[in-house]
Design a protein around this ligand. Structure first.
Ligand SMILES: Cc1cc2nc3c(=O)[nH]c(=O)nc-3n(C[C@H](O)[C@H](O)[C@H](O)COP(=O)(O)OP(=O)(O)OC[C@H]3O[C@@H](n4cnc5c(N)ncnc54)[C@H](O)[C@@H]3O)c2cc1C
Length: 286
């Protein structure tokens, strides 16, 4: 067990790790890629660089700095977050436990542009299997997605539901699917229904009935992870107090995922502040 698991290796997560390591505590950073800064070719509004620096370089230097200070970094994708007295962070093949967690996963990914999706959110369309799966026990359920995260959500639902269909929405599969899960590769045109979502129309003119439709595109976003553990969100931003703590004790969030100014300087401030508050939290509780 480590003191803190930091989900995200961007400026917010790595800044927190730097403070935590220098206080003599142990942090594990789990991050899947370069995050938002992957596409930032030239950054010239960040303090201390005479010439513009690339986002990739900034991120890789930050990770090396945290590692030099003793942080452990694992390149992996987090699919689940839970609490049973300690925090449990799951990736595709492993799970880790910690005394506290920092969510620093950046901004929410684009939702798929499917007609009817917004209209039926909370009325048959869900973004969290562990939160809402129970409502669909014995029912016909779809998961929209084609990745490890979609498979993770499908596996949460499988023991509860009557049938489970993975809808790749015209995409190839990026993961191996157990035979109990049906796979449909058709492109989705719309979600239709009355009071609740009832069926999906596909671009070949066919349709399928579902009682529940779970959206799991790409990887788990900050708000997906927050929902799984019961942290409050507003408009896809995680709600934190002045110490960057969520409504769940020991669970912190920092950077783009808390909203406001989406800039490196703000992510670094919040990561540093969250790091110092996590240090206080760990020391108080041990
Ligand atoms: C094209 C572009 C250009 C920009 N230019 C500038 C600029 O010039 N100056 C500036 O100040 N800001 C700029 N920004 C904004 C800046 O990138 C962000 O504000 C900053 O990176 C936020 O840091 P963060 O740590 O909160 O999130 P991110 O940097 O996005 O890091 C999020 C981290 O979380 C990880 N992650 C996400 N989901 C998971 C998961 N499920 N499992 C594991 N890991 C996960 C990602 O791999 C990544 O490591 C730019 C953004 C873009 C898109």
């Amino acid at each position: 067990m480590v003191d803190v698991i930091i989900i995200g290796n961007g400026p917010a997560g790595v800044s927190a790790a730097i403070y935590i390591q220098r206080a003599g505590l142990k942090s594990l950073i789990i991050g899947k890629d370069t995050g938002s800064l992957a596409k930032a070719e030239k950054i010239e509004n960040y303090y201390g660089f005479v010439n513009p620096i690339s986002g990739k370089k900034l991120v890789s230097s930050g990770v090396l700095q945290a590692k030099r200070l003793g942080a452990t970094y694992i390149k992996d994708e987090v699919t689940g977050l839970n609490y049973d007295g300690n925090f449990i962070v799951s990736t595709k093949n492993r799970s880790f436990t910690s005394k506290s967690v920092l969510i620093a996963t950046g901004t929410v990914k684009n939702k798929p542009k499917i007609k009817g999706l917004k209209e039926f959110e909370g009325r048959g369309v869900s973004y969290c299997a562990v939160c809402d799966g129970f409502f669909y026990r014995g029912k016909d359920v779809a998961v929209v997605g084609n990745s490890d995260y979609a498979l993770h959500e499908a596996k949460e639902l499988l023991p509860l539901v009557k049938s489970l269909t993975l809808l790749t929405n015209g995409n190839n599969l990026n993961t191996n699917i157990p035979s109990k899960i049906n796979v449909n590769f058709k492109k989705i045109l719309s979600i239709e229904g009355g009071d609740t979502a009832e069926y999906i129309n596909f671009d070949d003119g066919s349709a399928m009935n579902f009682d529940g439709i779970f959206i799991a595109i790409g990887s788990a976003s900050s708000s997906d992870l927050a929902k799984k553990i019961g942290a409050e969100i507003e408009k896809d931003n995680i709600i934190v107090d002045k110490n960057l703590q969520t409504n769940i004790e020991g669970l912190f969030a920092a950077g783009d995922c808390t909203g406001g100014m989406l800039q490196i300087s703000k992510a670094i401030y919040e990561g540093s502040k969250a790091g110092t508050e996590i240090i206080k939290f760990i020391r108080k509780n041990n």
